[in-house]
Design a protein around this ligand. Structure first.
Ligand code: GLN
Ligand code: ZN
Length: 764
């Protein structure tokens, strides 16, 4: 008897390494401590290990092509020799230093724009399509990687970003009217690569078209059939992968494409299976993404198996099993967690464990061995322990939720009145200058935090050490001549972890790193239970900082939506409920800051945009509860207390009304990387409150001059009245070093002063 079997695979494995090996190798290369060959060796070792892991888990294919030196979109541009032409690089002879120049910029070039990958916290580099963009053969990395995997004897599937997604996710620059016009050229380049893969005997190419889950304009949808008809002529069998949402509305189109298989995200959109499975073409594979690639909870395998068995009955061997999307978005391996308690740990599955879950789903088809039964039993027990745990539900939190009123989301007076009260209380100059919160995280600071964490440094010594850091930051800000100061966030490792560690309901992994962009990784907290703030979290540091200066010291908090978005959150209650719990905890913190004499409080919401559902019809519901959570956080203070918010690295123009509805007194927002494009939106919408569009791109090691910043401010003044304009960098400065920050902020203040004088002359 042949065993029932569904082929198992993944769309991608985290490339950063269980111990962030890629991060270390990248940073050592960037700092000149190691050379390209050392970096390449690390990449090779990581790929080898990840393929080995996939094979050892029992997957039928290992995936090649999910590795990237910095970002998968940038990597694909290099593959097709389509890096932005302004860099002048030929991808056929590209070295890694040049690739990183595109990603990070240097003295001669601005970095490429970066934005969030769909609704994840991963950032990709935005392709720049210009009239002179041409596609062709570029870097040979993919073929080299394929050769490595084959040499090691693996059965492989090659993963590629699809041409329509690659094109759609880019921006038109320098007068290019319509990037779809580049499609024929792009398809030629894809065709050549696919033909080459075909010739070398590749049996499967996974071609990712995640844009299918978006609201796609009709012309883009219409491009799918002709494009894939052209590509399929001389290509290995193509598995067209979709994820992050339902593609049920395109079922007919997808069926008509000449591809060998289709992948669906059944975690985000389980209901879409029905639109595909009945009458599914008999010559095609259907890959079901049943294990959550976006969250860390162990699966309900019994429930999932029902779907698997039904699908197997209809599809037989044409059924493939997988995670919903690439495992890029989850940490690598739970085995490296020694501090999480056993109970909580039993509720979780990281990338490595998800491979086991996928394989188990296939093995549980048909006759079950002891091993399979035991694995299913363990999974069942974990699930029931989580459902029944008293760590998850807190009566005090539940009671407070019931008591929330509409008034909790309202400030006392409308903005125009608050503005007067704040002007009186704060007495700021025209074009006030400030920063976004963090200052360079120096080796000293890291050493201090690490020693404290290890218990080598007592409370008092840590407090003194941190206070010295705060003094340093305040002195520097006074020297620059800034108007609204910050304490510098030296005590914070991360803007969510810092708060989560002080709240009930959160747990922390030791090595649960997820790539955010390039070498930057985040370790999202695990929000498993009802959220409660047992005591003030930031008041001590902020009060100390305020004691050092007469200028207003800005309190600094991470907002409820950012806390939600950048955590792995519960899948057992609506996100809106979790957001509200966090908002209530933060509201108490805002009030405590006010009571401690803090007159300006910033509630950062850089993640507001990325929480937005991918389809517009779902936006209103989300924005409604998200904005309400922010307003509840901010709503408990007097008119004279100035509430700031901050956002960055996303498109904000399409949600400006919701941003305005948050009703923060001031918003500081990143703009320089998108060349102040954002301002057009602010102009058109005429944003009602005060705005600080960033004038200093903090991701670039390049120091902007006062002239440059003055120019940006003048552009801002075309759409924002001078009385509502603030002057600030794009984002926090924690990734910079002081020798970069000193001249940049000095120049920023100089630019503000120049304009201020000009307005003073005009007024007199
Ligand atoms: N206050 C934070 C900082 O300055 C904001 C960071 C962010 O927007 N991502 O670091
Ligand atoms: Zn920011």
């Amino acid at each position: 008897m042949t065993r029932a079997h569904a082929s198992t695979h993944i769309l991608g494995y985290p490339r950063i390494g269980a111990k962030r090996e890629l991060k270390q190798a990248l940073e050592s290369f960037w700092s000149g401590q190691s050379d390209e060959s050392a970096l390449k060796a690390t990449g090779r070792a990581l790929r080898a290990r990840h393929w080995q892991t996939q094979q050892a888990a029992g997957l039928d294919f290992v995936t090649v092509g999910d590795f990237a030196w910095y970002d998968q979109v940038l990597q694909t541009l290099a593959l097709f020799n389509a890096l932005p032409t302004r860099f002048g690089f030929d991808a056929q002879t590209l070295d890694l230093g040049q690739l990183f120049t595109c990603a990070r910029g240097n003295a001669d070039h601005f970095a490429m724009e970066m934005t969030k990958w769909f609704d994840t916290n991963y950032h990709y580099l935005v392709p720049e399509y210009t009239p002179d963009t041409r596609f062709g053969g570029g870097a040979r990395w993919l073929l080299e990687e394929l050769a490595e995997a084959r040499a090691a004897g693996y059965s492989t599937k090659v993963a590629l970003i699809g041409p329509l997604s690659l094109l759609y996710l880019g921006k038109e620059k320098r007068g290019l009217a319509d990037r779809l016009r580049l499609l024929p050229d792009l398809l030629n380049a894809y065709g050549i690569l696919l033909a080459e893969l075909h010739e070398t005997g590749v049996t499967w190419v996974q071609i990712d078209e995640p844009i299918l889950a978006l609201d796609l304009p009709a012309v883009w949808l219409a491009a799918f059939l002709p494009s894939y008809s052209q590509l399929a002529v001389q290509a290995p069998p193509l598995l067209l992968t979709t994820y992050f949402g339902s593609v049920a509305q395109h079922a007919e189109l997808l069926r008509s494409l000449p591809v060998a298989g289709l992948h669906l995200d059944l975690v985000r959109a389980p209901e879409q299976l029905a639109a595909f499975i009945n009458g599914y073409p008999s010559d095609r594979v259907l890959s079901l993404g049943l294990i959550d690639g976006r969250n860390i909870w162990r699966s309900d395998l019994d429930r999932t198996l029902v779907t698997v068995q039904q699908a197997y009955a209809q599809l037989g061997e044409r059924l493939w099993l997988s995670a919903s999307c690439s495992l890029l978005h989850v940490p690598v391996d739970l085995a490296h967690e020694e501090k999480l308690d056993a109970e909580l740990k039993s509720w979780l599955a990281f990338a490595r464990q998800k491979l086991d879950e996928i394989v188990l789903l296939s093995r549980a088809l048909g006759e079950r061995s002891h091993v399979v039964e035991a694995a299913l039993t363990a999974s069942r027990a974990a699930l029931s322990s989580r459902r029944q745990s008293t760590r998850v539900t807190n009566a005090q939190v539940q009671k407070r939720l019931d008591k929330v009123t509409a008034g909790d989301a309202e400030r006392i007076s409308p903005f125009s009145q608050r503005q007067l009260a704040q002007r009186e209380a704060l007495n700021l100059p025209l074009l006030p200058t400030t920063t976004i919160g963090s200052f360079p995280q120096t080796p000293d600071i890291r050493a201090l935090r690490a020693a404290y964490k290890r218990g080598e440094l007592g409370n008092l010594a840590y407090l003194e050490g941190m206070r010295a850091q705060i003094r340093l930051a305040v002195d520097k800000q006074n020297e620059y001549g800034l108007d609204v100061l910050v304490h510098g966030e030296a005590e914070r490792n991360d803007m969510v972890e810092y708060f989560g560690e002080q709240l009930w309901g959160y747990a922390f992994s030791e090595n649960g790193w997820v790539q955010s962009y390039g070498s930057r990784c985040v370790k999202p907290p695990i929000l498993y239970g009802d959220v409660l703030r047992p005591e003030a979290m930031t008041v001590g540091w902020t009060r100390y900082a305020q004691s050092l200066t007469d200028k207003p010291m800005k309190g600094m908090l991470s907002g409820p939506i950012t806390m939600l978005q950048w955590s792995f959150v519960r899948d057992d209650q609506p996100r809106a409920t979790t957001a509200l719990q966090i908002a209530l905890a933060l509201r108490d913190e805002v009030r405590d800051l006010e009571n401690a004499g803090i007159r300006v409080i910033q509630i950062d919401e850089p993640a507001l945009r990325e929480g937005l559902p991918l389809c517009r019809e779902d936006w209103a519901v989300y924005l409604d509860w998200a904005v309400r959570a922010f307003r509840i956080t901010a709503g408990g203070v007097s008119d004279a207390t100035q509430i700031h918010t901050h956002m960055c690295y996303a498109e904000f123009n399409d949600i400006l009304p919701a941003i305005a509805a948050m009703d923060a007194d001031v918003i500081t927002i990143e703009t320089s990387r998108s060349d102040m494009e954002l301002l057009e939106g602010f102009g058109e919408f005429s944003y009602p409150n005060e705005i600080g569009p960033g004038v200093y791109d903090i991701h670039s090691p390049r120091t902007p001059t006062a002239d440059e910043m003055e120019r940006l401010l003048r552009r801002a003044l075309k759409v924002i009245p001078v009385k509502r304009l603030w002057v600030n960098p794009d984002c926090g400065l924690k990734t910079r070093i002081w020798s970069q920050v000193d001249p940049a902020l000095t120049a920023m203040v100089a630019a503000a002063k120049r304009l201020r004088e000009e307005f003073a002359v005009q007024a007199s």
